[in-house]
Design a protein around this ligand. Structure first.
Ligand code: PLP
Length: 426
């Protein structure tokens, strides 16, 4: 029944229906372990024959509510919550890719993901080839090898804000017979549901719009259950797992195999588990996701239009503006809005950028996006300051670039703040 609800109703009431005299909101199960009476029951837990919780590293009732709700919102079959977005991306890939294997990824990625792919995965023997998402299908095919195990991209590139061409990327992943993994952090399932556009697996940094209030770091992986795992390429999903007395994930769990394996192997061994308190706050955040994303998007569009017409601004990058190179893709894949992040170029370059950031009153200087409160960042003098100017430009950060994560305050107050800070930056 819940699957037929509109997404707004799913966000508010999805996947938690208390019985009589039970708490109206999903409670925090602040407990490491869970008690059982029969050895047989515990044996079933260890054999993965029973979904009851046993130890919070592997599962917790508060976290399960979050996992099942995000799976519902994304239209997936199952989800695994993690301690951060970085952990979600790492686990999503390690689950199907080992030393000697290979990943193809769009080059326009969040900095932390880029570093994971360019520095840390190679140390583990997993190579990543980056492809320009604007290149042709034929060009991108050349990046694939017999060892390639997945294709990775972001719905909205952070911080480039290019929108993923789902048609092209899902065609590519199907032709190359690997799953398409999409980081849907900046869009959230309210603005875009990548599984409807050919993605197979989704990752989120729940730290951003899912929490939405700047309170906790977390992540989640959602699986469509649709990818056809083959024993030739994915023996670890299809063949017996010696670390789990010969369990065959695909045979036993069917469409749930990928998430069960990620939990039973990698969450067991790496332990990147969310705190129950944080899962509680993610459940809380999801309740208003649809309202917040609407306001983030409408505020960002209004601010982008204001900046576009401002004499102190040399350029504006927001996919909801008709002049943006991704505008057509944004209309197609994010018809309800292009989310809350925008970047713009300030006249006067680096010095004006610093002055602008310091002059903002309502909009806070914070290294964050996706908060209900607006935030501003001048990457050249902060997150990217270790790089030379040439390196900054190569990574898409020009000295004049300002990033705004537009919150859900009143738009007139936000425009007034930006206007006075632009005046102060001259
Ligand atoms: C922030 C972010 C991440 C990393 O998430 P953390 O929760 O900070 O570990 C991954 N992808 C995108 C697009 C992000 O914005």
């Amino acid at each position: 029944m819940q699957k037929s609800w509109h997404i707004e109703t799913q966000a508010v009431q999805g996947n938690y229906q208390p019985k009589a005299a039970e708490s109206r909101t999903p409670p925090i199960h602040q407990s490491t372990t869970f008690k059982y009476d029969k050895a047989e029951h515990m044996a079933q837990l260890f054999d993965l024959d029973c979904p009851d919780p046993m130890y919070t590293r592997l599962g917790n009732p508060t976290t399960s509510v979050f996992e099942e709700k995000i799976a519902l919102l994304e239209g997936g079959v199952a989800a695994l919550a993690t301690s951060s977005g970085q952990a979600a991306t790492a686990l999503a890939i390690l689950n199907i890719c080992r030393s000697g294997q290979h990943v193809v990824a769009a080059s326009t990625l969040y900095g932390g993901t880029f570093s994971l792919f360019a520095n840390t995965f190679p140390k583990l023997g997993i190579e990543v080839t980056f492809v320009d998402p604007n290149s042709s299908l034929e060009e991108m095919q050349k990046a694939f090898r017999p060892q390639t195990r997945c294709l990775f991209a972001e719905t909205i590139g952070n911080p480039g804000l290019n929108i993923l061409d789902f048609q092209k990327f899902s065609t590519l992943s199907r032709e190359m017979a690997v799953p398409l993994i999409v980081d849907n952090t900046l869009a959230s399932p309210y603005l875009c549901q990548p599984l409807q556009h050919g993605a197979d697996i989704i990752v989120h940094s729940a730290t951003k719009y899912i929490d939405g209030h700047g309170t906790c770091v977390g992540g989640v992986i959602v699986d469509s259950g649709r990818f056809a795992w083959t024993p030739e390429k994915y023996p670890e999903i299809c063949e017996p797992d010696s670390s789990y007395h010969g369990l065959k994930y695909l045979e036993k769990f069917g469409p749930l195999a990928y998430i069960v394996k990620a939990r039973a192997q990698y969450m067991r061994d790496l332990g990147v588990t969310p705190a129950p308190q944080n899962s509680f706050l993610f459940n809380h955040g999801l309740t208003t996701l649809h309202l917040r994303m609407e306001r983030h998007s409408s505020n960002a569009l209004a601010l982008a239009k204001f900046l576009d017409a401002h004499p102190s601004v040399s350029w504006v990058n927001y996919p909801g503006l008709a002049s943006h190179s991704s505008f057509a893709l944004a209309q197609q894949y994010l018809p309800k809005g292009a989310s809350g992040v925008l970047t713009f170029g300030i006249k006067g370059g680096r010095d004006s950028g610093i002055k602008f950031m310091e002059a903002c009153r309502l909009i806070a200087m914070v290294v964050h996006v996706g908060d209900a409160r607006s935030c501003v960042l001048h990457p050249a003098s902060t997150t990217h300051r270790q790089l030379t100017e040439e390196q900054q430009i190569a990574s898409g950060v020009s000295p004049d670039l300002i990033r705004l994560s537009v919150g859900i305050e009143n738009i007139d107050d936000l425009i007034a703040d930006v206007d006075q800070a632009l005046a102060a930056s001259r």
